[in-house]
Design a protein around this ligand. Structure first.
Ligand SMILES: Nc1ncnc2c1ncn2[C@@H]1O[C@H](COP(=O)(O)OP(=O)(O)OP(=O)(O)O)[C@@H](O)[C@H]1O
Ligand SMILES: [Mg+2]
Length: 265
């Protein structure tokens, strides 16, 4: 029996050593992810800072700059500063979401009303691009429980992308449907497809695919990372797929929210 005990102990030790080494591996991966994250943050911050610095330098060095050019440089400084604070806000917000530090304020709401609240501030920009946007189905009521401010933010990100990636004269189409105890929201827009291998990665922090309309992508690739976490905080999921001459984002939300997802501040 002494032998048996020794064998048992040795098995136990082996198991412990395995656990330790996999914990160690996880730590190494986490550490690397943190490094990558910091690299991306530094990179994203550097771009607007460089623009601000060079505009400032030119203004400081030359007293004889014509007024209109001066104004252009000053406007650049303001735009880039705004961009900088937007990126910082997004990073901090995402960090809070990831650590469950955002308390959800769950109430019964009408999702169509919420959708309209998100759409109205950018509707004129959509119309400016001559994009045709479909009316959402008003016959159904779609009342269920969610955090309205977060849902507005989610639609704002998805519709903001649709506006950015739809060509002039293109189409944005939102459809709502119900399946079992889930609400399904599909936002389709015409425009460049997302390369298949990127369909999941676009939800990663800072990831921007190659399907941009302009050489230097606008934004920093945080919108969908935030969106995914907002949906998951409501026990739902979000995915992207190419459908013909465009892209569809599908958001699936349970009509009854599972309450243990509500996190304390
Ligand atoms: N509606 C869309 N049509 C085509 N591609 C899209 C669409 N929405 C997102 N993408 C792709 O996914 C990438 C990531 O989107 P995300 O919203 O996270 O970042 P972004 O819009 O580039 O920047 P940010 O949201 O921070 O301003 C985009 O850069 C683009 O490549
Ligand atoms: Mg975006």
């Amino acid at each position: 029996t002494l032998n048996k005990k020794l064998i048992e102990k040795s098995e136990e030790l082996k198991q412990l050593s395995n656990d330790l080494s996999s914990a160690n591996e996880n730590l190494i991966i986490k550490d690397r992810q943190k490094d990558d994250f910091l690299d991306s943050v530094a990179h994203e911050l550097r771009t607007p800072i460089t623009a601000i610095r060079s505009a400032g330098e030119i203004l400081a060095d030359d007293d004889d700059i014509p007024l209109d050019i001066k104004r252009e440089f000053l406007n650049n400084i303001i735009t880039e500063s705004d961009r900088l604070s937007e990126i910082i806000n997004d990073i901090l917000y995402l960090d809070k979401l990831q650590h469950g530090e955002i308390a959800l304020n769950i109430h019964e709401n009408n999702i169509i009303e919420t959708y309209k609240k998100a759409l109205s501030p950018i509707l004129h920009l959509i119309q400016q691009k001559n994009i045709h946007i479909s009316e959402v189905d008003l016959l159904n009521q779609y009342i269920f429980e969610y955090d309205e401010a977060r849902m507005i933010q989610l639609f704002h990100n998805i519709l903001g992308n649709a506006l950015k990636f739809t060509d002039e004269q293109g189409t944005i189409q939102t459809k709502l449907s119900e399946k079992n105890d889930f609400l399904i929201i599909k936002v389709f827009n015409t425009g460049k497809n997302i390369p298949e291998e990127d369909l999941e990665m676009i939800f990663d922090k800072f990831y921007q695919s190659k399907n941009q309309n302009i050489i230097k992508p606008i934004g920093s690739g945080l919108g969908l990372a935030i969106s995914k976490r907002l949906v998951e905080a409501h026990s739902g999921n979000i995915k992207a797929e190419n459908s013909g001459l465009g892209v569809t984002f599908t958001i699936t939300l349970p009509k009854k929210i599972i309450n243990n997802n509500e996190v304390e501040q």
